[in-house]
Write a protein that binds this ligand. Structure first.
Ligand SMILES: [Zn+2]
Length: 135
């Protein structure tokens, strides 16, 4: 009976990840195939990181849309506000929401640029904080 496990092992080779430079196992031939189509050779960890980044970025974008909607609502309320005092209160709310929006844009940029798992956790916490501020 052929030993399928050792067979699998001999079909693997150790190479360095294009992003984190950590060594990992890849099917023999896979590296050549990827190089031919000029594809990045990325380890499992980096793929997972990429997925987490995408997930987090899409929640940030979702929140940004909510903030934009609420700014629009405040603008409508200003138009129909009866006193200057009420108007000012809505202006203040718009100001706060805009500041949060700016922060979230910066956060989005950081998420896209990072290649480090530990920052994703940090950005996630920052985002939770922002969400609390905006509600
Ligand atoms: Zn990697």
């Amino acid at each position: 009976m052929p030993d399928s496990n050792s067979n699998k092992l001999t079909n693997l080779e150790l190479i360095a990840c294009d992003r984190c430079k950590n060594p990992f196992m890849i099917q023999k031939g896979e590296k050549l195939r990827k190089q031919e189509i000029d594809e990045e050779i990325v380890c499992e960890n980096c793929i997972k990181l990429e997925e987490r980044k995408k997930l987090l970025a899409s929640s940030v974008i979702e929140s940004q849309n909510e903030i934009k909607t609420s700014i629009k609502n405040y603008e409508d309320k200003i138009e129909s506000a009866e006193t200057q005092e009420i108007k000012n209160a809505f202006y203040e709310k718009i100001k706060t929401q805009s500041e949060i929006l700016t922060k979230s844009v910066e956060l989005l940029k950081k998420i896209e640029e990072t290649n480090d798992e530990k920052y994703i956790e940090e950005y996630k916490n920052l985002f939770e904080k922002l969400k609390k501020e905006s509600s």
